[in-house]
Design a protein around this ligand. Structure first.
Ligand code: FAD
Length: 416
């Protein structure tokens, strides 16, 4: 069924009786060409591109809970490509371009809104760093603009310019950045993959990997063994657990990251804003809620909820940047488990086990990467070679020293 304005009107006039379930609920087959573990954004995007771009239809996505129940439905929905390093920027700009055509590609309204992002700077040194970043973005085909304090004040008059502890000196803007409705992205990829014949198997936890003579033969699950020629793991915060089933210890730690949403307000924030003097970022959802977040809780955990010290820290950052946020009532808060890598950049690679592939280490930033991650992982699974924009995301870079450390903080996963 194709979605269209005409279809909406027809269904409205006929009592909405013609809508069909958006994906099937199949029982697992005994064997697939490719199994993707994890029905988050990345797993579902991988299935979509495997079937649509690489012609692989005998594919299953195996999800332990319900699709969209993980980080893809818990993030703060920001998409952008304002990265600096060669290993990263071409990949994130590729993702940005996929976002720009995603709704047409999926025939699904993901509420992609290119409302822009501004990274504020508060010192001369930060201005230099952001200028360099903006130039790197432009060299890689992305858009970037540097605003001075007066220009920022014109666009964002509600920020604290008068008695701020860290005065705003300007900002780096990417106008093509913005937000997308996160769970609709998961549903759109799921619907498209299902339409191409991919089996999406929910409530099916992978409990083991069957490996014989160095080759992965399939997955042990709560619904029994499912065989596969190739198995791709895209389980985000559970990466360490699942790859541990293959005897691998990853250069990844799991941490909890919290997010917050206020009551609905009239339109006040025209774009996404990040504070350069503290860890705080905010945007306004289409429903009016201020969606914001900040730092990790700072300890290793698999719990999808955080603690009060970080709530306080995030709220302090918010009030320092835009005092009016102190008047908004907090509606909800939640946490998600982040797969923090040692250099802050992801991994999309084969593993030493034949037929076993890994996608993870997305840290704070995996939502914006969803389409490119799926595309590049599908490329790797289908062709056994990395996609040209993802060649740097090798698992062995931590041995060879070819880190992609965007923040320059070293092997401190909690700081990336
Ligand atoms: C609070 C918060 C805010 C964020 N904000 C942003 C943002 O603004 N912009 C941005 O780019 N990124 C953001 N992120 C990061 C982003 O959400 C993640 O990097 C990205 O969603 C991870 O990929 P995923 O969607 O595939 O993960 P998930 O949705 O977590 O998918 C992994 C799936 O694997 C399943 N799984 C785990 N173990 C098993 C098993 N044994 N068997 C079967 N299935 C299993 C899980 O149930 C889960 O559904 C944020 C994250 C959080 C938590």
């Amino acid at each position: 069924m194709r979605y269209s304005g005409f279809r909406v009107i027809k269904e409205a006039l006929t009592g909405h009786k013609g809508w069909k379930p958006v994906w099937r609920e199949p029982e697992p087959k005994a064997h697939y060409d490719i199994i993707v573990i994890g029905g988050g954004g990345h797993g579902l995007a991988t299935a979509h591109y495997l079937s649509k771009v690489y012609g692989q239809r005998n594919v299953a996505v195996v999800e332990k809970g319900w699709i969209g129940g993980g980080n893809v439905g818990r993030n703060t929905t920001i998409v952008r490509s304002n990265y600096m390093l060669d290993g990263n920027e071409p990949f994130y700009e590729f993702s940005m371009k996929l976002w720009e055509g995603l709704e047409q590609d999926l025939n699904y309204n993901a509420m992609m809104s290119q409302r822009g992002i501004i990274n504020l700077f508060h010192t001369d040194g930060q201005r230099d760093a952001y200028t360099r970043r903006g130039n790197a973005m432009i060299l890689n085909g992305a858009d970037a603009e540097l605003l001075d304090a007066d220009q920022v004040r014109k666009e964002h008059p509600y920020l604290n310019f008068d008695d701020a502890r860290f005065p705003i000196k300007g900002g780096l803007v990417q106008r093509r950045a913005g937000t997308a409705r996160h769970d609709a992205v998961a549903w759109g990829f799921a619907r498209s993959a299902d339409l191409q014949g991919v089996d999406i198997i929910q409530n099916c936890e992978v409990t083991g990997l069957r490996i014989e003579n160095g080759k992965c033969l399939g997955v042990e699950t709560t619904k029994g063994f499912i065989g596969a020629n190739k198995v791709g793991c895209a389980v985000a915060g559970s990466s360490g657990r699942v790859m541990g089933m293959a005897g691998m210890r990853l250069p990844i730690e799991s941490h909890v990251l919290q997010a917050f949403v206020s009551e609905g307000l009239k339109p006040v924030l025209p774009s996404v804003i990040t504070f350069g003097a503290g860890h705080f970022y905010v945007s306004q959802s289409d429903k009016g809620g201020l969606v914001f977040g900040g730092d990790l809780d700072g300890y290793n955990t698999y719990a999808q909820r955080g603690n009060l010290p970080v709530v306080e820290d995030v709220c302090e950052g918010g009030v320092a940047l835009m005092p009016m946020i102190g008047r908004a009532r907090l509606l909800r808060m939640w946490g998600g488990v982040m797969d923090m890598s040692m250099d802050g950049s992801p991994i999309i690679d084969r593993t030493p086990v034949e037929g076993l592939y890994f996608n993870g280490g997305w840290c704070y930033g995996g939502f914006k990467a969803t389409p490119a991650s799926g595309h590049c992982f599908a490329h790797l699974l289908a062709k056994d070679e990395p996609h040209p924009v993802a060649t740097a995301y090798r698992l062995d870079r931590f041995q060879t020293g070819r880190m992609i450390d965007e923040k320059g903080v070293g092997n401190q996963p909690n700081l990336h």
